[in-house]
Ligand binder design. Structure first.
Ligand code: ADP
Ligand code: ZN
Length: 745
């Protein structure tokens, strides 16, 4: 017997499988990891297929050294998925296969943790009476008594009670009194959040109707749904009921969330309702814990998996359901190595495994809603909040008027008053400020010089600290002292402009002295469980105001929040990206949806310099449909995705010339390609070669070549050819290739 093995190296020259002989007596199956000789080295690989014949000369075929596990680490469904993804992303199979395994499993950095155990081989009574008779060795007598206590059985526990027990244990085992074994131990982490009771709701009519459509699909029929429910309509409850039903059919479920640290509530609900059959895949798990969760899923012990995008590759047994919560979030996109969209992967898996796909959001992505309208997903709508709670009332404040009235602070008169009232009533508030730090830039009043990062073409942000403040680059982390005099003109008047979360927090302290606030942004959420601590402060009511970046808009459910303030709504609107309107609408609608989720109604104040912008209006009215129609028309008119594919080559080099030369070569290469394929020319709508909005990043000069392709079969062929182009060697430059890139920066 022979096998084809994909060597775990990502390199052009080892992309195809290599053939090895399976030695006599060794059993292998596809998906199993093996150790094989490779050149003069020993490498890990994955068995792709088995064959009885082999074309190569017998003496040129080498033997598999050994299997790395007894079982196939990658089940057949995921092997197929990896092959399909590699074909579509035009990347080596080794790259997509890696997605299917916990990273630390490669190179043998994690193993099953085993512990030596001892257990009685006789009844408890027999053991206790043997202990009585055991006159010669008090140690053996003590061991028998301990082992008769059912809670003690690992050799480690025994050693903490009886010194040097090994000899005595061996003797007892030889006498047939006990058995010495080794047992697989799980490093599965405990639940750090308190366990809520099952609330036992009566489902709302909206929830009932949605479930009526979903449940019949879970028994192997499969289906695809887009659950569009307004904020607070109780979407989580729909998932839980669907998961329960899938489990009852003997199938498993995967729940994807944008970021696990931001969904402690959902995780604890799932843990408390599904207990040990739930596995949580968390980026802060230790390698061992992560591996053990993966093992529990692979063995079929864990049947509900909750995690961020990579959890879509979990080896769940008999998959019945995949839920993608907050499906509009860009965290579902993996931008490199390989590029994938977890929503698309989920869809593929569901199709292959006859499972049901449920995408859910209050603000679905343009792409998903367009598909639902075409009938590709069944649209389920929940237009009402639970208990018929009203959607919050939204007010738009024109910040230009505030300026005219002499208010130069970040909080408008209306927001100040609302914060005071909210605080006086003992309720909670959330303030969204989508930029961290204190001031957003520092500039010389005399000559206009703006302090920029030495490594990036980005202005530095001022951060307050307990001692002195520092300027920081939000792209590369570079820090420096703010200049006392202008390095350009020697001017003495250095001014600090713009605001970030720190400044907003300071304003709130001035306005509401003595009121505890918490700030949630990239700076405060480092360390183990940074998010959890902050959310717990707020959930418990100890902190009254939560100030944060877009992190606070991701599906949080705090019933005591009655006021939401958006400090600067236009910030994301002005980004140079065709999705900036979609992102702004989602962000505003989602954060507004955090208000009034409990018994008391909510109020939202949106501050903007562009109150006339329709996007602000749609978000204020929580009017998804009008936003969608408007944006869809705009995309069609401007030939943006989903009507076209955007292709981007990004070149990076320490040398400006090298980055430019690489971009020019790519442009010429593409034009040559078009000359050779006249039928492709009609499909290319635009080609541009210039500097992106950030011209220098982390010390590297950048250029990008952008193309717009009409969605078509030819476009797929063109992308394959362009991908080849991106994998060529470029002198002194790196080239990144992306289709519909996550950022245009
Ligand atoms: P969404 O994700 O749609 O914004 P959630 O699923 O977070 O909303 O639910 C909002 C709140 O309503 C939660 O606190 C949840 O416990 C509660 N809830 C859900 N379903 C019901 C119901 N049928 N009756 C009463 N409360 C419910
Ligand atoms: Zn920088």
């Amino acid at each position: 017997m022979f096998c084809q093995v994909i060597i775990d190296i990502v390199h052009e020259n080892v992309a195809s499988p290599f053939t090895y002989r399976i030695p006599e007596g060794m059993q292998l199956q596809p998906g199993q990891r093996v150790s094989v000789p490779f050149g003069r080295l020993q490498k890990e690989g994955i068995v792709l297929s088995l064959t009885e014949q082999c074309e190569l000369e017998a003496n040129r075929i080498r033997n598999v050294i050994e299997p790395l596990e007894e079982y196939a680490a990658i089940p057949p469904e995921l092997m197929n998925l990896a092959e399909e993804m590699a074909r579509e992303a035009h990347c080596p199979l080794a790259e997509t296969l890696r997605l299917m395994l916990p990273a630390q499993m490669r190179g043998g950095r994690v193993h099953v943790k085993t512990e030596r155990t001892a257990c009685l081989n006789v009844t408890r009574e027999e053991a206790l009476s043997a202990a009585e008779r055991e006159k010669r060795s008090p140690k053996r007598a003590a061991l028998l008594r301990f082992l008769a206590d059912e809670n003690i059985h690992t050799v480690k526990e025994i050693t903490s009670l009886v010194k040097d027990p090994n000899e005595a244990l061996k003797k007892l085992a030889a006498d047939g009194m006990i058995r010495l074994e080794s047992e697989e131990m799980l490093r599965t982490p405990g639940n750090v959040f308190e366990q809520p009771e099952d609330p036992g709701f009566t489902l709302t009519p909206g929830q009932e109707e949605a479930l009526e459509e979903i449940l019949p699909c879970l028994n192997g029929k499969g289906g695809r749904f887009l659950l569009h429910g307004v904020t607070g309509s109780g979407k989580t409850e729909v998932f839980m009921a669907a998961v329960r039903s899938a489990l009852n059919y003997g199938r498993s479920a995967i729940i994807l969330v944008p970021e696990i640290a931001l969904t402690p509530q959902m995780v604890s609900w799932f843990r408390s309702r599904f207990g040990p059959v739930a596995a949580v895949i968390h980026s802060r798990l230790s390698p061992g814990e992560r591996f053990d969760e993966w093992r529990r899923i692979r063995r079929g012990d864990a049947r509900v998996v909750i995690g961020a995008r990579s959890a879509v590759f979990s080896p769940a047994r008999d998959l019945g359901l995949i839920v993608v919560d907050e499906e509009h979030e860009s965290t579902y996109l993996n931008d490199h190595h390989p590029q994938y969209d977890a929503r698309e992967v989920a869809r593929k898996r569901c199709d292959r495994e006859n499972a049901t796909l449920v995408l859910a959001s209050a603000t679905p992505s343009i792409l998903s809603f367009a598909r639902a309208r075409r009938g590709d997903y069944m649209l389920l709508e929940m237009p009402r909040r639970v208990m018929n709670r009203p959607l919050p009332e939204v007010e738009i404040i024109d910040m230009r008027e505030e300026l005219e009235n002499g208010n130069r602070t970040v909080l408008s008169g209306a927001l100040r008053k609302a914060l005071k009232d909210c605080s006086a009533r003992g309720e909670q508030a959330m303030l969204l400020m989508n930029r961290r730090g204190y001031n957003s830039f520092v500039s010389c009043r005399t000559c206009g010089y703006v302090v920029k990062c030495p490594n990036c073409d980005i202005s530095m942000t001022y951060h307050m600290a307990s001692t002195d403040g520092l300027l920081r680059c939000h792209y590369c982390g570079q820090m420096m002292k703010p200049p006392a005099i202008c390095p350009e003109c020697g001017g003495k008047y250095i001014r600090y402009f713009g605001a970030g979360t720190q400044k907003v927090e300071e304003e709130v302290h001035k306005l509401l002295p003595g009121v505890t606030t918490v700030r949630m942004d990239y700076d405060t959420t480092g360390g183990k469980d940074g998010h959890g601590r902050i959310l717990e402060e707020f959930r418990s009511g100890r902190a009254r105001v939560l100030i944060g970046t877009q992190m606070i808009a991701k599906g949080l459910d705090f019933p005591k929040v009655t006021l939401v303030g958006v400090v600067a709504a236009d910030m994301t609107l002005n980004l140079p990206d065709y999705r900036s309107r979609e992102r702004t609408f989602q962000l505003l609608t989602q954060v507004a949806g955090r208000a009034g989720r409990g018994e008391r109604p909510g109020r939202v104040i949106i501050q903007t310099y562009k109150p006339e912008d329709p996007v602000i209006g749609y978000a204020a009215g929580q009017d998804y449909r009008s936003f969608f129609e408007d944006e869809f028309r705009r995309r069609r008119h401007g030939l943006y995705p989903p009507f076209t594919l955007l292709v981007r080559f990004l070149t990076e080099s320490v040398s400006e010339d090298a980055a430019l030369a690489a971009a020019n070569r790519i442009e010429q290469g593409t034009r040559k390609m078009l000359e050779a394929h006249p039928e492709w020319q009609k499909k290319l709508l635009l080609i541009s070669n210039d500097a992106p909005s950030v011209k220098v990043l982390r010390g590297k000069n950048r250029r990008h070549v952008l193309m717009k392709l009409l969605v078509s079969r030819e476009a797929d062929e063109m992308i394959a050819a362009m991908n080849e182009l991106s994998r060529e060697e470029y002198e002194n430059a790196e080239v990144w290739f992306e289709v519909n890139p996550t950022t245009m920066m």
